[in-house]
Write a protein that binds this ligand. Sequence first.
Ligand SMILES: [Zn+2]
Length: 58
Amino acid sequence: MTSDWTKHYLDLSHLVIRCKKCRTHAMVMLSGKGRGTICPECDSAKLQKQLAAFLPAP
Ligand SMILES: [Zn+2]
């Protein structure tokens, strides 16, 4: 499945903001107001839900 989901959040990896939970992955900032930063691994469910909102309706 090809996805251009990366455009939907700002990659903060260059800022090296590590996840407080896994301390492995860099946090990403979701687009939109009040979304805040999430870990793509620990908050994968939230990330998928966020991304789903961008996908066109079937
Ligand atoms: Zn994490």
